[in-house]
Ligand binder design. Structure first.
Ligand SMILES: Nc1ncnc2c1ncn2[C@@H]1O[C@H](COP(=O)(O)OP(=O)(O)OP(=O)(O)O)[C@@H](O)[C@H]1O
Ligand SMILES: [Mg+2]
Length: 381
């Protein structure tokens, strides 16, 4: 089984010691004594595992983890953080940023080796049933307030991505108790997502999650929240959502997450797992001001500015309206697409339980979604 391991540590003694021990166990070792070099070796060498120190000058291990998790070529490489930082918060941050394991120094060579072998060992039988895929994109769709067309955009965008790329797409709305997509698409039995959320997090397996996904006649697959108001209680199952967000991309090329409005605790936990974020903004001063705040939060969660897609939805005609140029300037982002209101079409889609992109694929409203899909495909292909 031995494979290639990249060790990133500014301490030469650790590099040498750990390197020698793993080498004598048959692993190929590459080493970097700073974060930047570690990132470039991860890109070019495609190691099977990265052992990463936290406290390094300039780029520390957190920044390295964040960067590696954002890039398509390095996103799937397991990261074992190996550090002298022993605080619980340090550990939580490391794992939240996407590290797979957090071990603190000192540790016996025996224990380190056991952990390395565990990460690198072939998955057990139940995992082998799953297709192994490298995801192209995990997209979050979000707004500053409710009713901004997030769910409508999410389902139509998912179908647009599926039709354009012929890649597999899963859509999930992380909105228990407010699952409008289930109602829109005509699913009345949507309690199975609740069952995943009710489990102790450690019992959630990829297989259970995959078994809960259903196929829509458009070809897109769905993991839909319950629309029953009382099921809002499952919103507090943050760890379960985090695990689901981690596993879903294993099952398809694109994962689209309808996160609804605002920077909730749930969204804070899930957003770092996303490679692209679509934010829907009303071209009005208050909406833009709040969106600016939201975008600043994305940066704090490690989401790169280039991976934020700005959509304006011009629903309300008011004298306080901002021009698209003003919106772009204030948010320091280019508009990826503009949606215009089309009440008649969304009503028809609702009545027929059929997203408008299927009902009227050539219409303006569908083209606005397609434009967003193109800009995402450009970024992720
Ligand atoms: N392009 C559009 N033109 C007119 N109405 C629209 C358009 N897109 C969505 N709507 C309508 O706006 C309402 C809100 O849409 P949707 O449920 O997609 O928003 P949301 O942001 O997901 O809301 P929530 O915060 O409740 O989850 C719905 O009644 C929907 O039919
Ligand atoms: Mg919604």
């Amino acid at each position: 089984m031995p494979g290639k391991i990249l060790i990133v540590d500014d301490d030469i003694d650790t590099l040498r010691l750990v390197g020698m021990m793993l080498e004598s166990d048959g692993f190929d070792i590459i080493a970097a004594n700073n974060g930047q070099r570690g990132i470039s070796l991860a890109r070019t060498e495609a190691p099977d595992l990265i052992i990463l120190d936290i406290m390094m000058p300039e780029l520390d291990g957190y920044a390295v983890t964040r960067q590696l998790r954002q890039e398509r070529t390095t996103r799937g490489i397991p990261i074992l953080i190996f550090t002298a930082k022993t605080g619980m918060d340090d550990k939580t941050l490391g794992l939240e940023l996407g590290a797979d394991l957090y071990l603190t120094k000192p540790i016996s060579t025996h224990e380190l080796l056991a952990q390395v072998n565990k990460i690198l060992s072939p998955p057990d039988e139940s995992d082998q049933l799953l297709p192994v895929q490298k995801p192209k994109g995990v997209l979050a769709i979000i707004s500053t307030k409710g009713g901004m067309g997030v769910s409508t955009a999410a389902i139509n965008l998912s179908i647009a991505l599926f039709r354009k790329t012929e890649n597999s797409v899963i859509i999930s709305d992380f909105r228990p108790g407010q699952g409008s997509l289930a109602l829109e698409l005509g699913y009345h039995q949507s309690a199975s997502f609740n069952r995943l959320l009710a489990l102790p997090p450690e019992d959630l397996t990829p297989q259970l999650i995959e078994d809960t996904i259903i196929e829509h006649n458009s070809g897109v697959r769905l993991l839909l929240s319950s629309p029953q108001l009382r099921d809002a209680k499952y919103t507090s199952r943050i760890d379960n959502f985090e695990i689901i967000a981690r596993f879903l991309p294993q099952f398809s090329d694109y994962t689209v997450l309808d996160l609804g409005p605002g920077m909730t605790t749930l969204n804070q936990k899930v957003l770092p797992r996303c490679s692209e974020v679509v934010i829907i903004v009303e071209p009005a001063p208050q909406s833009v001001a709040q969106s600016k705040e939201l975008i600043a939060e994305f940066s704090a969660l490690g989401i790169d500015h280039d991976h934020i897609k700005l959509v304006v939805f011009n629903r309300i005609h008011s004298s306080l309206q901002l021009s698209f140029g003003e919106v772009e300037e204030q948010l320091n982002l280019k508009i990826a697409s503009a949606f215009s209101p089309n009440r008649e079409l969304v009503n028809e889609a609702s009545i027929h339980h059929t997203p408008f992109i299927i009902l009227k694929p050539e219409g303006l409203t569908a083209q606005q979604i397609n434009q967003l899909a193109y800009s995402i495909v450009d970024q992720t292909e």
